[in-house]
Design a protein around this ligand. Structure first.
Ligand SMILES: [Zn+2]
Length: 264
């Protein structure tokens, strides 16, 4: 089931000044391709401030919008263009490698990603997963909407997606490795699905505990230079997600009430 045969770039990611890719967990040799989230400890103050500002605009776990299904885009106009541009900028500033429109509260089927720093930013509008491989890969994922959490997620190793670009031109993307993973992660967002839904109940409990501990540590260890918690932050809210999966599967999602530091 778990397949460690990741491509070489994922196994040996290029040194990343962006902080959007982690190389490995210390405790094992599992390749880690961190999605969306990044390391903050080593960032220079300016980059970190920019990242914090971007993250404040990203909806967090507990916000019902993350559980909504986004609607297909019908108008390929300037509004859509600027939406895509804004998403790209936010993603870059947040040091992420992917972002879905729902994460900034826009219920449009739009996602942006850049799995390889060498690649241009790609925007997929109305993406449809046409095909996915039977072969799967398991790797660690983070999410800008779920601070401090990294979980091992198993996904098809390769996908083919049909979509439109920001101008309405049809495009088809065949992706493997990290690109396939980030595309699937973002399409999940458009369907109201989070990485927490892709793991077992036990793993989910563990992830939520890790998040609580990390939030507490961040508050305790770094209180002084912390931005004022954003009023739009929704951590602390519990959420209801009718009709999703195994009924109580989101029961653990209630985010601990934390003035959770720089993450909002
Ligand atoms: Zn995410």
């Amino acid at each position: 089931m778990a397949n460690q045969d990741l491509d070489e770039r994922t196994l040996n990611p290029p040194p990343s000044g962006d902080g959007d890719i982690e190389t490995a967990h210390e405790e094992d040799t599992t390749p880690v391709a961190e999605l969306e989230g990044g390391r903050v400890e080593e960032l220079d103050p300016e980059t970190r401030a920019r990242r914090d500002a971007a993250l404040r605009q990203v909806r967090k776990l507990g916000d019902p919008v993350l559980r909504a299904s986004a609607l297909g885009v019908e108008r390929f106009d300037d509004v859509l263009q600027s939406e895509i541009e804004r998403m790209g900028e936010l993603m870059e500033d947040a040091l992420g490698i992917g972002l879905a429109a729902t994460q900034i509260g826009i219920l449009h089927r739009v996602l942006v990603y850049r799995a390889d720093p060498e690649d241009p930013l790609t925007a997929l509008v109305n993406p449809v997963l046409e095909w996915s491989s039977e072969e799967t890969e398991t790797a660690s994922e983070g999410c800008l909407s779920i601070p401090f959490v990294h979980v091992e997620v198993e996904r098809p190793a390769e996908v083919r997606v049909r979509a439109r670009d920001g101008r309405g031109e049809e495009l088809e993307v065949q992706a493997s490795g990290l690109a396939a993973r980030v595309i699937q992660h973002e399409i999940d967002h458009l369907d109201g699905v989070l990485i927490l839904d892709r793991i077992s109940r036990v793993q989910r409990k563990e992830a939520m505990r890790a998040m609580r501990e990390a939030q507490e540590a961040a508050i305790a260890g770094n209180g002084s230079d912390r931005p004022v918690p954003d009023s739009e932050a929704h951590s602390g809210a519990s959420e209801e997600s009718p009709g999703q999966g195994e009924g109580d599967s989101h029961a653990d999602e209630a985010v601990p009430d934390a003035s959770s530091g720089g993450w909002e």
